[in-house]
Design a protein around this ligand. Structure first.
Ligand code: SF4
Length: 338
């Protein structure tokens, strides 16, 4: 535990999201100590850590079961030795995003909407991430480059929606976020801003009064797509954040990735989607994992995923069954599998 966290505990004051963000667990030995796991029983890959370091926020780690190597949350952040396996078809940029990157920080893949990489980092490193090899440094726009991105959007009247992605768009400060939202609100033809974020799940303290106020006051229709893969990721603080956001009219959706030995079973997916709905979040997408180099150990087959969706349809009302999709490079939208 860092001196900073010790002094917070002594002062009896809850840590702010910025303090939590600056005190992420990055040392695997520390994570193992907290989780009471013996490193000799499950080696990790130092080489994988060089390429994509460990990053885990403490509020997320608190939800991992101690002493359990097979915990579904641990599996999402623990660097496996299998990340070094080279598998044909698994590549650094499976979606060929470079081809749709006309300006730094702006991806224009789909008709009617563009994606802005609003922050060059995330609060967590998900080992299966499809952007784990993405060049965020080259996609961190300066103020001038932001102006160019806004001009690009304003000049194309077909663009009605902006997707804020990342990294994690909520990793920027409230002041920066407010500025970004105001700039977008000033572009006449924009109707909607969609925020793709994992922060409300991994550091729920991010849902500050200031952020909620700025969302409530925007003229834009706001959609927040959180990224939650397992019901164990939801605790009281996360649920409070969902409520605060939906109370001010933000449409709350969830997307998950289907991941081997994390949530690739019907019970896990049923529990997750029921729990989300209880707290005002509707299931949106269940993504097939992208074929990213170093992530094959998370991959599930189309047949297995399709069977799971059939079971979900037999067990849940239709509105609680997410759409099973895959992104194929060059296609004008996601491809529905089942
Ligand atoms: S939060 Fe999203 S973008 Fe960030 S590492 Fe996880 S999957 Fe990737």
């Amino acid at each position: 535990m860092t001196n900073h966290v010790v002094s917070l505990i002594r002062s009896d004051r809850a840590a702010t999201w910025q303090e939590i963000l600056s005190d992420l667990i990055t040392d695997p030995q520390e994570l193992l100590r907290i989780l009471e796991l013996n490193p000799d029983t499950n080696p990790y890959s130092l080489e994988a850590l060089d390429k994509f370091p460990l990053k885990a926020p403490r509020p997320f780690v608190e939800r991992i079961e101690k002493g359990n190597w097979h915990d579904p949350l641990l599996r999402q952040i623990w660097p496996s030795v299998f990340e070094e396996t080279q598998t044909e078809g698994f590549v650094a940029d499976p979606l060929n995003e470079e081809a749709f990157n006309p300006l730094p920080g702006l991806l224009h893949k789909y008709h009617g909407r563009v994606l802005l990489t609003a922050a060059p980092h995330c609060a967590i490193h998900c080992r299966y991430c499809f952007r784990r090899h993405f060049d965020y440094q080259a996609n961190s726009p300066s103020r001038t480059q932001w102006e160019e991105a806004f001009a690009y959007i304003a000049a194309d009247s077909s663009i009605e929606e902006v997707i804020l992605s990342g990294g994690d768009p909520l990793a920027i400060s409230d002041r920066q976020f407010n500025w970004l939202l105001q700039q977008l609100a000033s572009i006449k033809q924009l109707t909607t801003v969609r925020i793709h974020t994992r922060l409300p799940i991994v550091i729920p303290q991010r849902i500050t009064t200031e952020l909620v106020r700025c969302l409530a006051e925007s003229r834009l229709r706001l959609v927040m797509v959180v990224h939650c893969n397992h019901a164990q990721e939801l605790d009281n603080a996360v649920i409070r954040g969902f409520r605060d956001l939906s109370d001010v009219g933000v449409t709350m959706l969830n997307q998950s990735v289907i991941l081997k030995d994390v949530n690739d079973n019907a019970d896990a997916l049923i529990d997750l989607n029921k729990a989300l709905f209880q707290h005002n979040v509707l299931p949106y997408y269940l993504h097939m994992p992208d074929q990213v180099a170093g992530t094959e150990h998370f991959y599930v087959t189309d047949q297995h995923a399709t069977e799971l969706i059939k079971t979900l349809h037999a067990s849940l009302p239709g509105y609680l069954v997410p759409r099973l999709v895959r992104e194929n490079p060059g296609e004008p939208g996601k491809t529905r599998i089942a």
